[in-house]
Design a binder for this molecule. Sequence first.
Ligand SMILES: [Zn+2]
Length: 471
Amino acid sequence: MRRPPSSETAGLGPVSRREASWWLGGAVLGGGFLVGGCSGGDGPSSRSPARPWRSASTESEASDRPSDLAPPGSEARPRPPSAEPLIRVRTDRVAGGQVEFGDPGRRLWMTAPATGFTAMVTGPVRCRRDRDGWSVRSTTRGRTVSRSIRDGGVLTLSAFDQREDGLPFKGRRLAGTIHLDPVGDADVDVVCHLPMEQYLPGVLGGELFESWRDATHESLAVAARSFALCERFHWLGRRGYDVVADERSQVWIGATAPARSRRAVHATRGELLVWRDLVVPAYYCAACGGRPAEATLAISPNPVNAIPPLAIPSPDRRPACGCRTLGSHGAWRVSMSSNDVVSAMRRWATSGGDRSLATATWPLRFDVVSVQRSGRPERIRVSSPATRASAELSAIEVQRILNLTGRGRPVRSADVALEVTATELRVTGAGFGHGVGLCQYGAESMARSGADRGAILTRYYPSAAIERAWS
Ligand SMILES: [Zn+2]
């Protein structure tokens, strides 16, 4: 989870979903509508659009798709549901297969659906996968009780008192019904199944500064709800969760959230972004830098990403975005040493990149080959004149490579100008994150000028309607 710093100037600012992990060089996890899905989610790292929905997913996928959510032949987007859906949030993947839940003395319902096992147990409850299924240790009337459940399937836990503060686990309070889902030989996915409206406050709490305006929170609530619903549509029947609880999907801090976040979710209850009767996959980013990115390039080439609400108006028809002046992401510079850049380039080249650059030397050349409609670079040719090697890469891939250096401040977006000197690479950039959809800093700038959520959402998702699907 990436909690925003307490001050807008204290750090990098709110990191919109899937914005951040790319500079960690993270592996792709898989988020439905994202290229690389989770991890970096949008991590530009993930932007090699190899498949329509996303590129590399490390998650297993079944072939069944929910067929009842959209008419045959329609775009792969869900209809607005008439009732509030559950969302499945994976908070952790625990290696070794042992988890412990529950405050001492707190009573929990435990079930193993595959066997019909049901029991009331008292915390703390330790669940451990073993060869035969699960072994569970809990406390009853002061005595330790051990059980063996001969089934390798899902184990569920829920607090008997259903208090809103949930159950503590690894720094979060988990809400809803907690599913312990065996993965591979020994790991366990911890997945909360909870109503959408109960999930969203923890998203706003993780994605925005609490001090930001109500209209910003409300517009992000609508976007995050729409995004989560599309993820649910995509993953239902394919894997055991819809979203992960960090920036690879959208940050979720858990069951406890600031009052402003809860208010914004309540004020927008059931509201979705809709275009042609289907829900819009409402991607959003921390800061677009004034030159938004095309979803078909930055997210994935799936036709669903070419719909008008995700289109980029031409520069002469596009109002300036307030992220240029609010916060520190509008324009920024970083420098990196030639040694670090060459080392990162070689590492990339030998680990799945273009092998001709495996012996690249300084100075490298970076030439923009093509630009997107907004003016941000799309393709960049990277050359090593001394070794006569060159490769044409997406700007997103170049950003990912530069972040492999792992030093200094990250290259925050793929909207960069690259200047090569004798000893270093100077990066002048704009924005933070993939640059698609609602710009959080831009939204806050509009809100400070008096815009309401309707105006903000129309600005960033043109031609989308806001519809209340459930109340
Ligand atoms: Zn912006």
